[in-house]
Structure formats: C-alpha cells, structure tokens
Design a protein around this ligand. Sequence first.
Ligand SMILES: Cc1cc2nc3c(=O)[nH]c(=O)nc-3n(C[C@H](O)[C@H](O)[C@H](O)COP(=O)(O)OP(=O)(O)OC[C@H]3O[C@@H](n4cnc5c(N)ncnc54)[C@H](O)[C@@H]3O)c2cc1C
Length: 558
Amino acid sequence: MGPRASAIRAVLPAMTDPLVPRMRWWGWGVEGHDAPLPRAATGLLRDELGVGGARAAPVALDRVELPAPQLDKELRARLAAAVGGAGHVRDDHLTRITHAAGRSYPDLVRLRSGRGLVAPDAVVYPKDHDEIAAVLTLCAAESVAVVPFGGGTSVVGGVEALRGPHRAAISLDLARAAGLHQLDERSQLATFGAGTTGPELERILNARGLTLGHFPQSFEFSTVGGWAATRSAGQASTGYGRIDELVVALRAATPSGELRTLSVPASAAGPDLRELLLGSEGVLGVITEVTLRVRAQPAHQRFDAFALPGFAAATDALRALEQAGAAPDVARLSDEEETRISLALSSSPAAARLLRAYMTARSRPCMTILGFDGGRADIAHRRRRAKAILRRHGAIALGPAPGAAWAKGRFHGAYVRDELLGRGVFVETLETATTWTQLTALHDAVATALRTALAQRGTPAVVMCHVSHLYPTGASLYFTFFARQQPGEELEQWQAAKQAASEAISAAGATITHHHAVGRDHAPWLEQEIGELGLAALKAVKQRVDPAGVMNPGKLLG
Ligand SMILES: Cc1cc2nc3c(=O)[nH]c(=O)nc-3n(C[C@H](O)[C@H](O)[C@H](O)COP(=O)(O)OP(=O)(O)OC[C@H]3O[C@@H](n4cnc5c(N)ncnc54)[C@H](O)[C@@H]3O)c2cc1C
C-alpha cells in the first residue's frame, strides 16, 4: 500500500450501521473528534476580530424545535413496503434533525441554536435502484417531495427538506445503496452504489491497488452519488480531474423511469445525457449507480512548497505551469492574507523562518504547495520541470514541510470550524472560477465586497483566498472569511456577506460556483449564468422526467 493510502486511512471514521447517523447532529465529524484551537489562533481571533470569552455549546438535542411529522400512517406503511420493512422508514427526533440541514454556516447556526430547521417528515432508506424507483413512483403519485441525501455535506442548502407545494417531504438517505457493484480492471472502470462514502470507496479500490484520486475536503462523509450530483472537485483535481471527468457512466431513477448512459470512453451520439445528470442535484431524479474511471494507486507522493512575490506573480507562475503541461496533481496557492495567517499559525518552524526572511525582503509573499503522485523517476522529472518554471517567476523553495503539514491536516478544517462557531466566530467559505486574464481582478472584487459588506455591519473581517484547481484557461478561487459573530443576527450577517460576494462574482462574469453546486443558496444566480432560455430548457427536462415536481423542490432551478 502506497503512502497516499496510509495517509487517508488515518482519518477514516469507524464503519457503522448505515442507518445510524454518521456525523454528530450539530457539527462535523463524530463525537470525540474535536479540534481545540492552538494558542496562536486564539490570540489572532482576539487581536484581529475582537473575539474572546467563553465557549458556547449547542442546545441540548431535546430542545431542538421541529414541526410534527406530517406523513400519515398509510403512506408510511406503503413507503416501508417499498424499502423492505418499517425499520427502513424513520421519523424519530435525531434522525429528522440529522437530515434537516447540510453543513454551511447557516445550517450550523440553525442546528446549534435548535431553531429554524426544515426537517423531513420521515427518512427513507432504500437499498438499491429498484427500491429507489419504487419510492419515487409512490411519492410522485402521492405528492410527497423527495430530497436525496448522500453524506449531507452540502454547503448550499441542497439537502434542506423543502416541501414546495407537496403534502409532505421525505429525505431519501442512500446509505444502504452503497458498495462496489462491478469492477473491470482491464478497462479501469469501477461501478459503485451512490451511497458509497469516500473512505469506503478508497478502501475497496486500495485493496486492489487502485484509487479514484478524488479527495474533497468533505471526503470522510460525502458520497459518490453526492459528488456526481454536485460536480464536486477534489483536492487533487488538477492532476486527477474533477468528478465530472472521472464519471464515465451513470444510472438514475426518475419518477418517469430509468435513465442510464453507456460505459464507453467517448461517444458522438448527440448531446451528452451524462453531463445532464452530473450536477443535477436531485431535481431530475436519484443517481443510483456511478461508473468511475479508476487508476493504479501511486507508489509515491512528494510535496514542495514555494514562496512567490505577490498574488499576481504567483497566479502567473501557476498559469505557466499548467499551460506548459507541467502542473502537479495538487496545486494550492494561498493569497497574501492566507499566507500571513498560515505563517502565524505555522507548525513548521523551518518553513516559517524562511518565509519570514523572504517577507522582510520582498513584502507580502504568497505560499504555494505542489503535490506530485507517481513513480519515483516520474515525480523527480516533473518536480524538476515545475521548479525551473517557478524559479523563472521569482519563487523561493521552502522545502517539503509545509506540503507535508497540509497533507496531514487536509480534512481538518471542518473540525476547526465547529470550535470557531462555539467561540462566536462567523466563518464561511465560498468559491468561484474564471479565466487567467480575469483572475486577480475577480479576487480583488470579491475580497473587497466581503470586507465592505461585513464592515458595514460593524464587524471587520479577515478575508483570505486560495487557488486550488488549475485549468489551461483559468482557475478557481476559494475564499474563507472570518468575522465576529453578531448574536441573534447570525443569518442576516451571513446573508449580507453572501449577497455582496455573489453580486461581485456575477458582475465579473465568473461562475457562481466552481464545485459547491447551486442548491438553494445559489439558485437566484443561475439564470444570470445560463440565461433565461437556458434555465427554461432545464425546467422543461425536469417537467418531462418529474412531471409532479416532487424531486428536491426549491433547489438548483429555484
Ligand atoms: C467541510 C466541507 C468541505 C467541503 N469540501 C469540498 C471539496 O473539497 N470539494 C467539493 O467539491 N465540495 C466540497 N464540499 C461540499 C460537499 O461536500 C460536496 O458538494 C459533496 O459532493 C456533497 O456530497 P454528499 O454525498 O454529502 O451530498 P449531499 O450533501 O447529501 O447532497 C448534495 C446535493 O446532491 C443531492 N444528491 C445527493 N446524492 C444524490 C444522488 N445519489 N442522486 C441525486 N442527487 C443526490 C442532494 O439532494 C443535494 O442537493 C465540502 C463541504 C463541507 C461541509
């Protein structure tokens, strides 16, 4: 087993009964996986945001307010019959809460306060395509909204159990519809049930010397069906490709029947149905099986870090790497602010010393981390090429330590967020993508919009950004921002920041989302991105496959 597999293994949550909620109900991870803040971080929060004081706990589980479930006995019994028994339909308090929200900041605020949650009337656990199809047929006939639920890690309101005009809403949890269905090692194709989580999927593939190479930060809990339904991008997408490049074929159940695409390497048979299902966010139907392009697990992984003189020069260096075909598998470039914060919190003294020295000489550097997967000789060759290009752009090598530290903590950020919320910090992320030509202007516009919107509410912010997915024509921008929370007005504060950033993104002609998807939060911006006719065309498809409109109302198409 290569180094990648062992690094991933260290963070796997314990395998549990698929009907037991995987994540703790009020935050990220399982109980006991807290992430206490280092002293340097508490100092930063106090000095820069004015945040201090005691830590607030979430409300007690039994104080979480939910409306009474609306599903009548007869319908519940028919759903149970469709999914193999009453044990696979649940409406207890904990199960409903764990399916009432994803993991965006507003979700976490609602969960922790126990107020404002939109919970499903019941959670239904089908085991395979046929059971899913039976549930959809029943729900369409009985006017019950269906919200597909993978890992529940949506950060755009995708799993909120909105009922729309229907008489009830169920969450369709795909945890039982998991596992390897088929493996064609010769063609490097693996078909998985939609509910397979990242760790399960890699465990199965790694046992055969294979990997998918898709590691979103939510990897521990998100599912292959969720990845496909949201067009997810993993941390190594520069090398391995986004999930849309890794999905070869799909099978989906819709209220009007089955949709499936062929496992062929390419096709000229008209517009691509696979592309229509990718990113469909449960509004057309449920993706039940995903066939993926897998590859041999890399034998080695090497990281390098560099300091570059400012964001504009640094993005130009990454552009040069990508366009020369010399990009690494993992490419992460922090802007000046993210570099400053990483430096303040750095646990790698050698890199921090070097970066500090560089900072005094050149002022405000940007740190970039490159990760290379493969055989020893191949990695050596690629590193030499990349280094030569970066040096021509003024880069100074910082050694392997920052990259190794990043790899070790690659899934850690989500745990820290819970701790920050408990301490009264507003912390949220958002992302977009644009061309190389527009990248720095977009970066400045979004950062300014966020700072201004939050300052207008009297809460100065730290706004930082990184580039983490490279393409020959452009790249993504991923913003993380922090401010002092406004007690009692947390959602208004979030809305002000979100609105300002979304307007800046839209005005710049960039995409409203590079990989978080549309869900509920970005739905008002979709028409601006794809046009009135574009939106109408998607709605027409929905009308054909879901005439009763029961599939995930209020998401994606509004
Ligand atoms: C801490 C954190 C880090 C994250 N990091 C990343 C990242 O690095 N890259 C990234 O791309 N995203 C990231 N995300 C966002 C999220 O994890 C992704 O959108 C992920 O793909 C969602 O997968 P899931 O299984 O949790 O889906 P869910 O959250 O359960 O569902 C997402 C949407 O897809 C629908 N859906 C789910 N399964 C199906 C299915 N089988 N068929 C049809 N519709 C379905 C749901 O109804 C919902 O609308 C992150 C989120 C968090 C909280």
